[in-house]
Design a protein. Sequence first.
Length: 282
Amino acid sequence: MAAPSELGIFLRARRELVRPGDVGLPTAGIRRTPGLRREELATLAGVSVDYYIRLERGKETRPSAAVLERLATALRLTEAEFAHLRALAARTAGHAPGRRRGSSRAVRPTARLLLEAVRPSPALVLNRINDVLAANPAGLALMPGLADWPPAQRNLLRYHFLHPASRSLWADWTSMVAGSVANLRAMSGSYPDDPELAALVGELVVKSPEFARLWHRYEVRPRGAGTKIYHHPTVGRMSLEFESMPLADTDGQRLVVYLAAPGTPDHDAMVLLDMTAESSLR
């Protein structure tokens, strides 16, 4: 019996998240499986039940583009989730070998200049798995206790799930970490054989049941901008916008900057954070 492929695992996870009533199916009666039954999804997608079962179980490895599109519609996938589905299908069919090389941790001098240029805004340089490669003073102080970890251990996902200060730092920790995991899941579609990503996921699955639960939901949401509300122990409440910008000619590095409008209490708190962080480095 063939082992389920990553494509099959993704399809099953997404199938179990769709409520029958959302796609016009009756909800009365006893259902032994969460979400849609296999035969219901097959009918909605216009494929045979046998074909769909083979696809989910890893026995069918070459679904057509039309089948993938119909499955995405039936599963109510977003554009990002549909792109992830296509990437998994290509990999299953042997068309996407993946990128096995680890990413460089070197940050070029001009990127470090950018970190200083945007002060007092907190800013960080991250790699594709959210390792903190460099930060300005406020960027490092934004997450209390992060600077106490060795540089090689500084990772946003690791901080979110394993640092004791994390849960009280964000106003909506649950929603924030769900988005972070969905963003990492999106990254896994582009770098399916990345050893660093696999090692991070393996560590967090073992050490954090909450991460494991979210990871196995297979939600895919790339995220490059948004708002985060902090309850910071040094400067109090801050609502900061963030923007994530790729750094040219790097293997997945990006600059993340947190912003607040000048003259607002949030900006004042951000300035105070920068000043406090700088003085602590002297």
